[in-house]
Design a protein around this ligand. Sequence first.
Ligand code: AVJ
Length: 332
Amino acid sequence: MPGIAPQAVLLPLTADTDLPSSFLDDVISGLTSPQKSLSSKYFYDETGDRLFQRIMECEDYYLTRCEMEIFRDFTADLAVPLNIHQSAFDLIELGAGDGTKTRHLLEYLERQRADFRYLPVDISGHILEVLAQNLENTLPSVNVVPTQGDYFDALQRICETSERRKILLFLGSNIGNMTVEDCSTFCQQLSSMMNPGDMLVTGFDLKKDPKTVLRAYDDHEGLTREFNLNLLRRINEELNADFDLSCFEHYQTYDPGSGACRSYLISQCEQAVTIAGERILFRRHEPLFMEVSRKFSHADIEALAGESGFSQISEVCDRKGWFMNAVWLKNL
Ligand code: AVJ
């Protein structure tokens, strides 16, 4: 396996959970339901990855910069509640990506001579190779064990092979893309796989001036618009469909009460789209729901911890108070 640090051992790869057939099934089922929708988990093909990279760098999208500030400038605030000298532990990152934020924490743990392994988990084998290579070059003494695959499958395999205390990282406000129910189920499922004393660090985007939130998803450069339209292009390419991208317009909403920021593509005319032989009709101005990015209050976050079997032991925010990394301890 080229590009993997020598000390890294790749656990057996799981089956790819995103086979074209389930992609097609999900697309058809979303487009034939009364409220048409597509799943934002399909945004991230190669072009989608590149567009999201540009979104993270753009002026209007503040989330990444805020969380980076926490990891870079408040590393100790984040790390102290983790009790890093209590015992050897596995630091498991769900959806690690290229690990740019985590690097600050890893450097800190190294300096503190904590006894730990870093286990990044990602659906993308490619990004894990990039991550492992970067860490080998810059932090060669950290023991890195990448795992490719679905979060719960990967976590299951890690639990079967290690008895150590677990500290889980789930960053980037990825939790915001789940509905209220899915989010609750997800946290409970994580909790059920953890032991008392294990911890979970999650990144939450906080409720704030609604205009600031809306702007992040309706940016001046039109990147979010392109990001959404890219999924239609991907469906055309991979599922043999004929979406006319010029007949859909991006429409973003933010509801400051619930904290749901939603994106839609609005059909500009009455039209038919064919996908793998199936004809889908769109009315003029019919919305196609693409993604929810939920925003949380401090109280929302503590309540979520409580209902999922955790106690919140610490919260660290950026200077503007726009983003929070919450540290949860798995209850006895
Ligand atoms: C990667 C899920 C954190 O919801 O803020 C960015 C994805 N969508 N712009 C988010 C996204 C539109 C992003 N997350």
